[in-house]
Design a binder for this molecule. Structure first.
Ligand SMILES: Cc1cc2nc3c(=O)[nH]c(=O)nc-3n(C[C@H](O)[C@H](O)[C@H](O)COP(=O)(O)OP(=O)(O)OC[C@H]3O[C@@H](n4cnc5c(N)ncnc54)[C@H](O)[C@@H]3O)c2cc1C
Length: 470
């Protein structure tokens, strides 16, 4: 968009991580100036940073997220693939995935996902956003308060604390992309809007992760290896992902206080406890490059801003600040990009409806966010609540739903077409309704009936890590 088409003056983004960066990119098309504030100090290169502790752990980018990034930063992923060795893989063909006690089938699906370390992706997106002439980044600046007009109906800026002391920044729009630790619920309550309802699932999950050199003898039989437990009796998991610079990132995790230790021996012992053959066997010849680090995720949490009866004008909450998931299905960054795209759509709509006017934008955005958040939340929370130890409200009929979901997961080990359709939903190419179409629902029903009579080892692949046919 050329600068004359920018109708608004100044947008402030709180947080310069994945959500903040993609939002800044979108806002740069509509605002003369965008200021991204972060309390953290960004390292000199693609390294983990304090403000994003989860960055040291395995991250994947789902297809829907890749598509948005391709749209916002044309050529970025291809360039990183060509020059930096990040992997764009077919999750059906290039991954081996043990889930719920079965190994999923492998075949071409045409779906694309991105494998690289989280700091590497964030760093490269940051470079692209920093190159925009109307975006400014300010570090070591913590946003402490929202500023509003006298009637408290409209956000007019932020109060910040930085190296130079306290300061106020005026803005036409404030976007909160400050992650799980967001202060938005408190700010809204203090301004008289009340706190958003909080939907929570207690999982007491912790990760331990480290980088390895990819072993020379590894024949590239997969790019991603995933071992997830059979709930409710198992709750330990492990993953290996091929990332840039010929390395592997290895994460292991455990729910309900069964946390992997950060010491060398404990990390390996935890890995050894996963079903074999599997992750542990591959670590035998791999040389560790970093010590294990841990990260705790006590809950997944959705803050329902859309349910608040009133909401201030010119204030947007996005990314993990709205919904922070159990990362099992790798959805968070993808959701952040889809929400940024939504903000762009709302702004374009705003310009058509009432040029130069931002009234109504915040309401329209918050009402549409659940349309993005719901499916990923539903998938992870349904599976988490399969554990009796998980806290959180359970709706009537959840047990039946979980029973079918578990059958679907088993079915993906013997029915490549079912797995393909499941992946299309997971990667957000299709909506949840795709699962109800006869092509998916009828084979699932047939499998579900079979499961009542045929034992698991005879109806699903429980023991063979699938290889690709040449
Ligand atoms: C262990 C783990 C594994 C994950 N794996 C995946 C995965 O495979 N795929 C995936 O897509 N997602 C994954 N996620 C989720 C993903 O990390 C987040 O969804 C993603 O980082 C988007 O978050 P965000 O930008 O909203 O917030 P964050 O990344 O948490 O960033 C918040 C930013 O705001 C800054 N900040 C906070 N408060 C203030 C303030 N008051 N003033 C100024 N700055 C502030 C922080 O310094 C930080 O830079 C995983 C998460 C975890 C915990």
């Amino acid at each position: 968009m050329n600068s004359s088409a920018r109708r608004y003056r100044h947008a402030v983004v709180i947080g310069g991580s994945m959500a903040g960066l993609v939002n800044a990119r979108v806002l740069a098309d509509h605002f003369e100036k965008v200021t991204v504030l972060d309390r953290d100090e960004r390292p000199e290169g693609p390294e983990p940073r304090k403000g994003v502790p989860q960055g040291r752990h395995l991250h994947v980018l789902l297809e829907a997220g890749k598509r948005v990034l391709d749209g916002l930063f044309p050529g970025l992923i291809r360039e990183l693939q060509r020059e930096e060795g990040i992997k764009v893989v077919d999750p059906c063909r290039d991954a081996v995935w043990q889930h719920f006690g079965v190994w999923k089938a492998r075949a071409d699906s045409g779906i694309e996902m991105v494998l690289c370390t989280r700091p590497f992706l964030e760093w490269n997106v940051f470079q692209r956003v920093k190159a925009l002439p109307n975006v400014e980044f300010r570090e070591r600046v913590t946003v402490e308060e929202l500023l509003t007009d006298a009637a408290r109906g409209c956000v007019t800026g932020v109060k910040v604390k930085g190296p130079g002391g306290e300061e106020t920044l005026e803005a036409d729009l404030v976007v909160d992309a400050s992650g799980r630790g967001t202060r938005a619920p408190r700010w809204l309550e203090e301004l008289g809007y009340g706190k958003p309802e909080e939907e929570k699932v207690g999982i007491d999950l912790a990760y331990a992760s480290r980088l390895y050199k990819r072993p020379k003898g590894f024949r590239d039989e997969w790019k991603l290896l995933v071992q997830y437990p059979r709930s409710p009796e198992g709750w330990r998991a492990g993953l290996i992902s091929s990332v840039e610079n010929d390395r592997w990132i290895v994460s292991v995790n455990g729910y309900f206080g069964d946390h992997p230790p950060a010491d060398e021996a404990g990390f390996l012992e935890f890995a050894r406890s996963l079903p074999r053959p599997g992750l542990y066997d591959y670590l035998q010849d791999a040389e560790p490059l970093t010590a294990p680090v841990t990260h705790k995720i006590p809950t997944s949490r959705w803050l329902h801003y859309e349910r608040l009866p009133r909401f201030p004008e010119r204030f947007i909450v996005t990314g993990d600040a709205v919904c922070a998931y159990n990362p099992i299905f790798g959805q968070g960054m993808t959701i952040a990009t889809l929400e940024a795209k939504l903000l762009g759509e709302c702004l374009s709509e705003q310009e058509r409806r009432a040029p130069g006017e931002l009234r109504g934008l915040a309401d329209r955005f918050r009402q549409r966010v659940p349309g993005i958040v719901f499916v990923p939340w539903f998938m992870t929370s349904t599976m988490d609540k399969h554990y009796p130890q998980a806290t959180g409200e359970r709706s009537p009929g959840l047990g039946a739903l979980q029973w079918f979901f578990c059958r679907l997961i088993e079915q993906t080990s013997v029915d490549a077409a079912a797995y393909h359709r499941f992946l299309r939903v997971l990667h957000m190419r299709d909506g949840m309704e795709a699962m109800l179409k006869p092509g998916m629902a009828l084979p699932l029903l047939a499998y579900a009936v079979k499961s009542l009579f045929v034992p698991l080892p005879q109806r699903a692949n429980v023991d063979r890590m699938p290889t690709l046919r040449a």
